[in-house]
Design a binder for this molecule. Structure first.
Ligand code: ACO
Length: 330
């Protein structure tokens, strides 16, 4: 008898944000900016900041505990951990290794995945492939970032945009339920100089000059990023819908990467979706890179904005450039 095709079933989600809140008016006191400028240009009102001794793996751990609780499983049932991040605790070991240690697990494979703000979508595509191939059964997938720790807090062009947080999802192999209807991911490395951290890697190892010149923090050509983000996110959204076999009107809620409200509005307009079908929480989170789509999905589930059976699409774009989208049935 033929085995049925394996699908990836979502067992639960979780999220965690650091306690400290940094508002636009707090920023007004340290750089030349205004709440009016930040709100009207980005949609951001406040963001969360981690403590000095609170690492990406700590946020990931707390989000994981929430997801494990929602999934009603123990950590020992997990057989693979994937962490999407661009702000690892250290270059190595991977943040996934630190998370594994915090979860008190031994011997299962774990690794980090780097795709900037598209990291969680790349993570879903990877987890799905592992599950559908039959290689792993229960996967803990994390999107976690502490952008506050790679931000130049004297650069008003970038520091108003970013925040910290983590989200987690547990997926399991299932012959009956398949929640991940499609995944679409893409990249174009020729844009790597528009959004990047110049130093700290092998191209420009850390030294006193790189530190003095603040080359370990995010550099961005904001307008160029904006221009590329809109068509790529629209393309990803349309491709993933096409691959899912669904129609755009059937998607109950769009959950875009929360980078800038104006990017989100422009993407919605381009794909012909009204803003009442678009999830927004950027005003209280800022851009948290790999963590945005999963923390937003978790909030949409927990606040009842989406119900079991609803179709949802996550769409992201980030440094690289990278982009991607996934259509999920909750
Ligand atoms: N407060 C006050 N004024 C500011 C600030 C600030 N925080 N930052 C910049 N300005 C000034 C500039 O100096 C400039 O002044 P000038 O005209 O006297 O030279 C003016 O505001 C306009 O600056 P622009 O950079 O042209 O402003 P723009 O409307 O493009 O908005 C922004 C900037 C918000 C960064 C926008 O380009 C953007 O969101 N780009 C996308 C970048 C992004 O989201 N990156 C995140 C990572 S990638 C991703 O996640 C999609």
């Amino acid at each position: 008898m033929m085995n049925k095709k394996l699908g990836a079933k979502i067992l639960g989600t979780g999220a965690y944000f650091p306690k400290k809140i940094l508002t636009n008016s707090d920023l007004e006191k340290v750089i030349e900016t205004s709440d009016e400028w930040i709100s009207s240009r980005t949609g951001i009102k406040e963001r969360r900041l981690s403590e000095k001794n609170e690492y990406t793996s700590d946020l990931a751990y707390k989000a994981s505990l929430e997801a494990l609780k929602a999934a009603n499983i123990t950590p020992e049932e997990i057989d693979l951990i994937l962490v999407a991040t661009i702000t690892p605790d250290m270059f190595f070991p991977s943040t996934a290794c630190f998370l594994q240690k915090k979860l008190n697990l031994r011997s299962i494979p774990v690794f980090d995945l780097s795709a900037a703000c598209s990291g969680f979508i790349y993570g879903i595509a990877t987890a799905r492939a592992f599950i559908e191939s039959g290689l792993y059964e229960k996967i803990l997938l994390i999107g976690a970032d502490e952008l506050s720790k790679i931000t130049d807090w004297t650069d008003r062009n970038t520091c108003v945009l970013f925040g910290d947080g983590a989200g987690a999802m547990i997926l399991t192999a299932s012959e009956e339920d398949n929640n991940i209807l499609s995944t679409y991911i893409g990249a174009d490395g020729s844009y790597s100089d528009l959004l990047f951290i110049p130093a700290g890697g092998t191209a420009n190892p850390a030294n006193i000059d790189t530190v003095n010149e603040k080359l370990h923090t995010i550099k961005m050509k904001g307008r160029d990023v904006f221009k590329a983000a809109v068509p790529k996110m629209a393309l990803a959204a349309q491709k993933a819908i096409e691959l899912s076999g669904q129609k755009i009107e059937n998607i109950r809620l769009f959950i875009p990467h929360q980078a800038n409200i104006r990017i989100i509005e422009a993407v919605a307009k381009k794909i012909g979706v009204s803003m009442d079908r678009v999830f927004i929480n950027i005003h209280k989170t800022g851009n948290i890179s790999s963590a945005t789509t999963i923390t937003a999905l978790d909030e949409a589930i927990k606040t009842g904005k989406i119900q079991k059976g609803d179709l949802v699409e996550l769409v992201a774009f980030g440094g690289g450039f990278t982009w991607g989208a996934t259509v999920i049935r909750i």
